[in-house]
Design a protein around this ligand. Structure first.
Ligand SMILES: Nc1ncnc2c1ncn2[C@@H]1O[C@H](COP(=O)(O)OP(=O)(O)OP(=O)(O)O)[C@@H](O)[C@H]1O
Ligand SMILES: [Mg+2]
Length: 391
């Protein structure tokens, strides 16, 4: 298989006199998640649709796994490329199972395989197959329907998945959850994903590579860390800067406080770590692996000492020996650890060493005075499901 799942070669798209995509040259490496981001109308959707031939280029060529899309039958091509859009458009009269297995059925896959496939895919997107497989789309929430959309896009086991603002119609909490799941899923199934968004926070959270577009022109194509460190011009600076921080004030509810620990994936860079810490207003991050397993912690010291090394990942500089506890550790012990440990938080792991949350001084206080929990500020990484067990 060629190194690149998608290659745009001098691609131009004109609608009438207007060039909406101008001489696009872009390679999407196999197995990576590339986000395309830019203001409304800059040509993101058009670019995506040229890959599966919902739109044909005016000039240039696009290769998918090394073969020109021009030479391929559009219907066949689309069956081999996953596609997820904002309002997913499940078929209302089909069950979830029928929706998910539609393309494999069209491709003539055996009934036996399909049975296991539904189960596997629902598991993958975090929905219990025994509950959801026989339901109809209207019996699912918006976020659950988007998950089905992701499952459906993966059903024919495509090498490539195109996603056009798949989460943008969702509330902030479902959105963050789905972003987390997509990152995990990407690590697990190694698909190549071309993901369109106009939310820089989303791009920074999930992307291996970010392509910034403006008026149909690719302005910068870099890793998130490089984009943050070296924005090419004022436009990029503004886009990664002010736009990104505008979402800081979003309101979090108790549920959000209950479940969100401030974590970062092992392969992220240090500039990214700083942005996450600033955004979440915490002085430490917890590094987790692809299965949610705890790996270590990262504080200001580790970042400060290693920041000059642009190639280092958070997992290279994290501390692996910080104290941790489990849900069964008694509170005095956790408090003692908290006192001894200068970082201000103790990661809590389950019996399989996966991170379930953190205990901070603030979370302990709110557990001792439960009615005040609504007063806990969103910037405190409180895990109430942990603190709730501390009485
Ligand atoms: N079928 C069409 N005919 C004429 N112009 C079109 C057509 N489709 C898109 N355009 C124009 O092409 C430009 C790019 O559109 P596109 O949908 O690719 O933008 P986008 O980056 O996806 O924007 P958004 O963030 O709003 O989804 C826009 O100016 C749009 O008006
Ligand atoms: Mg669009």
């Amino acid at each position: 298989m060629p190194d690149h799942a998608v290659e745009f070669r001098h691609v131009v798209k004109r609608f009438g006199q207007t060039k909406v995509v101008q001489d696009l040259n872009l390679s999407v490496p196999q197995g990576r998640l590339v986000t395309m981001i830019g203001p409304s109308g800059c040509g993101k959707t058009t670019t995506l649709k040229m890959v599966n031939r919902l739109i044909d280029p005016s000039e240039g060529d696009i290769l998918v796994d090394g073969a020109s899309v021009r030479q391929q039958n559009p219907v066949e091509l689309r069956r081999n490329i996953g596609y997820v859009i904002q309002h997913i458009g499940l078929f209302p009269h089909m069950t979830i199972e029928e929706n998910i297995t539609l393309v494999p059925r069209l491709k003539g896959e055996k009934k036996r395989n399909l049975l296991g496939k539904t189960e596997e895919l629902l598991d993958l997107v975090g929905l219990d197959p025994s509950i959801y497989r026989h339901r109809f789309p209207r019996e699912l929430s918006g976020g659950q329907q988007q998950r089905i959309g992701v499952a459906r896009a993966l059903a024919a086991d495509p090498n490539l998945v195109l996603m056009d603002e798949p989460f943008s119609a969702l509330d902030p909490i479902s959105r963050e959850q789905l972003q987390d799941e997509l990152v995990k899923l990407q690590l697990a199934v190694k698909k190549t994903i071309l993901f369109v968004t106009h939310d820089m926070d989303e791009a920074l959270k999930i992307a291996d590579q970010i392509v910034l577009m403006k008026n149909g022109v690719m302005v910068q194509n870099d890793s998130p860390d490089q984009l943050l460190r070296h924005p090419k011009d004022e436009f990029v600076r503004e886009f990664v800067g002010e736009k990104r921080f505008s979402s800081v004030g979003r309101t979090l509810n108790v549920q959000d406080v209950l479940t969100s620990a401030v974590t970062i994936a092992a392969n992220r860079g240090l500039a990214e770590a700083i942005v996450v810490m600033r955004r979440r207003k915490v002085n430490g991050l917890i590094i987790t692996g692809s299965a949610g397993e705890y790996l270590g912690v990262l504080g200001v010291n580790e970042i400060y000492e290693n920041y000059g090394d642009e190639l280092s990942h958070v997992s290279d500089v994290m501390s692996k020996n910080a104290p941790t506890a489990t849900l069964n550790t008694d509170l005095p012990t956790v408090l003692m650890l908290l006192e001894q440990e200068g970082r201000g938080y103790i990661p809590i792991l389950d019996e399989r060493e996966r991170l379930v949350g953190v205990v901070t001084r603030a979370s302990v206080i709110s557990a001792m005075a439960p009615p005040l929990i609504n007063e806990v500020k969103a910037d405190e990484p409180v895990m109430a499901n942990v603190s709730g067990k501390l009485e």
